[in-house]
Design a protein around this ligand. Structure first.
Ligand SMILES: Cc1cc2nc3c(=O)[nH]c(=O)nc-3n(C[C@H](O)[C@H](O)[C@H](O)COP(=O)(O)OP(=O)(O)OC[C@H]3O[C@@H](n4cnc5c(N)ncnc54)[C@H](O)[C@@H]3O)c2cc1C
Ligand code: SF4
Length: 328
């Protein structure tokens, strides 16, 4: 049985109190929301923070307000279950409801939050293992070691961005609000990530993610497809998030395609998506765009299933995702 390391738990009831605690406790503190990513990681000794600041008792993080016309503000503490079932999300931001509903299991979705999902630690076959397992292979540079076991000649870590909602929020053009005692800022979700498996977020250590801001639905339609070994629960080994907006004559007015679980950050296939603009969807165009989008995917041997399979299946999933828009 894996046990949690000892830690002191602080339970603020207001956002300003949480920001104050985070600033005061400094490097030794981490935030915890649902704990469905952090607690298992602590049990495996990937993180051993002496202090945890719990966000669950802060009502300001749990709201969902706004309208599809003006945009919707989702509190970072809204659970994945709530999001997956919410009528406005289901109808106007369908890919987000699909992604939230595809995370792990019902029990974990009932406590796992959207904020925690966006800030999920990057994953790798050589890292998401017990401390004992990692000790037996001499650790790797993401924690306690100094080499990358996937790419030993590499000076960087290639752990994978594996959050289901991340590519969707990038494709939807969402933003996040980050709050600290220094003030607050709003950042596009795509700028929350950096291409670094060890330090994958641009959020400062003392910032709390408080809200996810969905833009007006404004005619956008979205689809999310996820590849995983077990349909009942598993992290994605490929996520394809597509958002399209159509003109009155059914040509594509705007398009965004984002791939998840193929790199340390969600990867935008911008050039492939641009090929759709001004065109009507047809099988030849969909095939060409799927092949172009898949070129952005360069998986390494650090996730489930083989690299070759994951490479071959990427255009198939993009094609399937785009084909769903022909039925609208
Ligand atoms: C068996 C299993 C299967 C899983 N399958 C999937 C899956 O298929 N897809 C998937 O995407 N995830 C999966 N997960 C991971 C996890 O359950 C989800 O990502 C969940 O959404 C995490 O949310 P949380 O609230 O529990 O995050 P936590 O564990 O509380 O936090 C995660 C990280 O985010 C930080 N954080 C949380 N909230 C904030 C905030 N408001 N501001 C700043 N930092 C914050 C924490 O400090 C921590 O670093 C799985 C986990 C398990 C154990
Ligand atoms: S990609 Fe390399 S450094 Fe990063 S977690 Fe995996 S083995 Fe470790």
């Amino acid at each position: 049985m894996l046990r949690l390391p000892p830690f002191r738990y602080l339970g603020p009831r207001r956002l300003d109190e949480a920001a104050e605690m985070l600033a005061q406790e400094g490097e030794q503190a981490m935030l915890v929301a649902g704990g469905t990513d952090l607690y298992p990681n602590m049990k495996r000794r990937q993180f051993t923070p002496p202090v945890l600041i719990g966000l669950r008792a802060i009502p300001a993080l749990k709201g969902l307000s706004g309208s599809p016309e003006q945009g919707i503000c989702v509190g970072a503490g809204v659970t994945l279950s709530t999001l997956a079932k919410h009528p406005l999300i289901l109808q106007h931001y369908a890919a987000l409801a699909t992604a939230a509903g595809s995370v792990s299991t019902p029990q974990l979705r009932n406590v796992g939050t959207l904020g925690g999902n966006l800030l999920l630690d990057t994953r790798c076959n050589y890292y998401n293992q017990t401390g004992f397992w990692r000790h037996s292979i001499g650790y790797c540079m993401k924690k306690d070691g100094d080499v990358c076991l996937v790419a030993p000649g590499s000076s960087r870590c290639w752990a994978i961005s594996s959050a289901d909602t991340a590519p969707v929020l990038v494709s939807l053009g969402a933003q996040v609000r980050l709050v600290s005692i220094r003030g607050e800022r709003i950042v596009p979700v795509r700028e929350l990530f950096r291409d670094d498996g060890m330090d994958p977020y641009t959020k400062a250590r003392d910032e709390i993610l408080t809200e996810i801001l969905l833009p007006p639905a404004d005619g956008w339609h979205s689809v999310y497809l996820k590849l995983r070994r077990r349909g009942s629960f598993d992290f994605p080994i490929l996520g394809v998030a597509v958002a399209l907006r159509f003109a009155d004559d059914r040509t594509v007015a705007d398009a965004r395609i984002t791939l998840g679980a193929v790199a340390s950050h969600p990867v935008e296939a911008t050039e492939a998506a641009a090929q759709l603009v001004g065109q009507s969807l047809n099988p030849e165009l969909i095939d060409a765009v799927a092949v172009a989008a898949a070129k952005r995917s360069k998986p390494l041997d650090n996730a489930d299933l083989t690299i070759n399979y994951r490479k071959q299946v990427t255009p198939v999933f993009v094609r399937r995702a785009l084909s769903q828009f022909t039925k609208l």
